[in-house]
Design a protein around this ligand. Structure first.
Ligand SMILES: C[S@@+](CC[C@H](N)C(=O)[O-])C[C@H]1O[C@@H](n2cnc3c(N)ncnc32)[C@H](O)[C@@H]1O
Length: 271
């Protein structure tokens, strides 16, 4: 059965309290393949930019003559991005929807990081991204396969149950939990060429300076996305709360590592 049309859009909405996770990212740590491709003078569109932490790094990498435009569908995130990064030359933010991009043939590189995973129709979005890039330009997408996350040792049962429910809640809305491994095929379907795939797995180990923040993404997920899942009736508040508390204790006492599976997929628009 097809999910109602707006379910994915509703579930993709970034909940209160997500800015911390987004603001902790940077171009060089959280979009590494793109960082390798940037050069001064390029025009780059960053779709689904959130609070703009990565977009800021893009603007700095293409300075002095380049420009970076960040767009996001949620006006509150765009406002926060403008407020946080107002002093960076060549950087601007706009509210826009990936399904209706107001750009055609304009950018050397169009990127979207961790965005297509939240869409029920990633193919339609990719068509828009490919149309925004100049002929000969490059599309670079960074995505997860959420089915391939690995924790050492396994997290508490409450978190395992929460995580399974999270994947079901996403799939029920038409989202592809394994989208990283399906991107190359989508690229070919929209006519992009010279497609290549780079592993971008994010591994955090006890002893890393930011271990607690990075492995804590699922405690934050239980605290924020978990509220949406309770409201949607897919988990109880008791499970949500137990997953958050048990997972935080596990991080403090026994967690050793987490590997999130990500791929960067890139392709060229034929000239
Ligand atoms: C997980 S965040 C990723 C933010 C940033 N790219 C990063 O990697 O940190 C996903 C972003 O996609 C945005 N988004 C979701 N649906 C969108 C749509 N239809 N059009 C544009 N942006 C969208 C969300 O508002 C959110 O800011």
């Amino acid at each position: 059965m097809q999910p109602p049309k707006d379910t994915a859009r509703h579930r993709a909405h970034m909940p209160e309290g997500s800015s911390g996770v987004l603001n902790a990212r940077s171009l060089t740590t959280a979009h590494r393949r793109l960082a390798q491709l940037l050069q001064p003078g390029l025009a780059v569109l960053d779709v689904g930019c959130g609070t703009g932490a990565i977009t800021r790094g893009i603007a700095e990498a293409v300075a002095p003559n380049g420009r970076a435009v960040g767009i996001d569908v949620h006006p509150g995130l765009v406002e926060e991005a403008r407020r946080l990064h107002s002093n960076v030359p060549g950087l601007s933010f706009e509210t826009a929807d990936v399904y209706h991009l107001p750009f055609h043939n304009q950018f050397d590189i169009v990127t979207a990081a961790r965005v297509l995973q939240w869409l029920a129709n990633p193919l339609a979005a990719l068509q828009q991204l490919a149309a925004a890039v100049k002929p000969g330009g490059r599309v670079v997408i960074l995505e997860y396969n959420h089915e391939k996350i690995a924790w050492q040792p396994p997290p508490p049962l409450s978190m395992q149950e929460f995580y399974s429910a999270f994947l079901r809640w996403r799939a029920d809305a038409g989202m592809d939990n394994a989208i990283a491994d399906h991107l190359a095929e989508l690229f070919a379907r929209v006519g992009l060429t010279d497609i290549s795939v780079t592993s971008q797995h994010e591994i955090t180990r006890r002893g890393d300076a930011d271990f607690t923040t990075r492995i804590g993404i699922w405690a934050e997920g239980a605290a924020s996305r978990g509220q949406q899942m309770v409201a949607d009736g897919v988990i109880s508040e008791a499970l949500r709360a137990a997953a958050e508390t048990d997972y935080r204790n596990w991080i403090n006492e026994s967690a050793a590592s987490q590997t999130m599976y990500l791929l960067a997929v890139e392709g060229l628009r034929p000239a």
